[in-house]
Design a protein around this ligand. Sequence first.
Ligand code: PRX
Length: 635
Amino acid sequence: MSNYHIKHLEEYFKVYRKSVREPENFWGEIAEEHFVWRKHWDKVLSWDFKKPEIKWYEGAKLNITENCIDRHLFTNGDKTAILFEPNDPNEAAEHISYKELYQRVNQFANVLKDNGISKGDRVCIYLPMIPELAISLLACARIGAIHSVVFAGFSATALSTRINDSECKMVITSDGSFRGAKTIDLKGIVDEALESTPCVESVLVAKRINSNVNMKEGRDQWLQALLDKASTECAPEIMDAEDPLFILYTSGSTGKPKGMVHTTGGYMVYTAYTFKNVFNYRHNDVYWCTADIGWITGHSYIVYGPLANGATTVMFEGVPNYPDYGRFWEIVEKHKITQFYTAPTAIRALAKENLDHVDRYDLSSLKVIGSVGEPINEEAWHWYNDNVGKKNSPLVDTWWQTETGGIMLSPIPYVTPTIPTYATLPLPGVQPCLMDEKGNEIEGKQVDGRLCIKYPWPSIARTIWGDHQRYKDTYFSAYENLYFTGDGALRDTVGYYRITGRVDDVIIVSGHNLGTAPIEDAINEHPAVAESAIVGFPHDVKGNALYGYVTLKESGEGRDHDNLRKEINQIITEHIGPIAKLDKIQFTSGLPKTRSGKIMRRILRKIACNEIDNLGDISTLLNPEVVEEIINTKK
Ligand code: PRX
């Protein structure tokens, strides 16, 4: 038991040392003491980062929903599992008990089976933050189907790409969604996406906004009517620990999105263990993570991690500024939230508004506040710590990735002393290191380099769906025998880590990972565009915003630039979604290139960031004169 909930710093160091010296004993004991397995594993871990191949709890059998639901029924059946807070504050919150969750997940699982879904099939989920979203994930897991959630802010093109990549047989969606004062026609987006997805056989539609939608005969069905007829009992499919649980797409620096595959046993153990420790979770807590389940944060720390601990987890449908900027804090007061977990971009947006939006609510229930998704700047850290945490709820800055499945670097609240902007120390089982560009490990303190991980942890993604070679190339080829995160970090004098940002062509905008290549591909589809390059530049709310340099074909010359800007952003919205729109677009006669024809983004990034005094040597470029032009015509 002692390994499971760390209570003071000495204990952390002791547990950490054990996790490094005896990783198999460490993770074996945690798995044994805190979860329900249908069959014990033969081996805790086998791994080879060269292949790469990683297996945790090989030979074990389980169903994750038995761990997240069934086992809590005896002790906590009437406890609220999911607390749903609707977009409209006047609509009543919904408390779904563990008993009710059991019934609703089983009904949903039976509907999936009745509609031809079985173990190993892929199901695409494109839903807003309503209870059916969490329930549909669990229903898939109940019968061993692999869920692939696509964030409901993605466009029809982005949705169809993801559906086709993993050949989903079914799509689960809703008539539409509420987002602040707006409604969004989700079913219309799905209909458009499904024009080019031959693999999809059926669509289940949840009713949320009561709009008139087109229901395609033989393909589309209303979900509720099916649920009403379904049995509330559905025996769990018994899965191997290494069977896939879900696919979740994340942007790469090049090419199409990567379908990260997470498997069952290790993911469950790691998300549950980290949830317990990073949020200091106790039995009567009401935990709220504001992320969308469309991202990994929602998978791991709204659904699986909290439910595996029998926690009450809040799902919020709305946005932080509706009906006003006090909404988050109103919810904290209303539901007496104990742990609040959000993104720096939300904090920065709220910090710009009048403090009265915070001060009018009683936040005294809070005991841990968390941050995730991008580096939290010092000003935002202090604002959050002072005004929300009131300087007595520890602020946990949690660093991790879609690929890592769970939190990797984070303070443990009431245990690890925090320092603004530092994700501090590795959690037990995580062995970080810093590497230089030549492939040497950077030892010592007060150093910076590229962040890698030396040893597997249970929730590491096992592959990229359909493209194991890309998995190897992206994560295991930069440095021999190491997992490469794509992030830079520094390590200070006490060994704390601070993430400095991406070192590749991924840009994090409002906490969303965006690869530059897919955005450039979308822009280049515009008939007047010859070529484009995207870079990030600092933005005081979004963290980074996108700056696009665009060269036009002859046919585009003389066209009105403002109109072109609108059209370019429209194309991006259609191909990816509004989150990838450019804040600035500069038209230029060329892009700076090396002699081998590679676009020099480093120079473009510096110009976008107004750092023109240290552009470095540009004389070796193919076209140095274009740099001058770009500087002179920048607005
Ligand atoms: O650059 C890091 C940044 O977000 C990236 C991972 O993005 P994604 O896969 O979408 O997952 C986000 C939620 C886990 C990382 O490579 N990042 C995430 N958390 C932090 C962070 N950067 C700095 N500090 C963090 N706490």
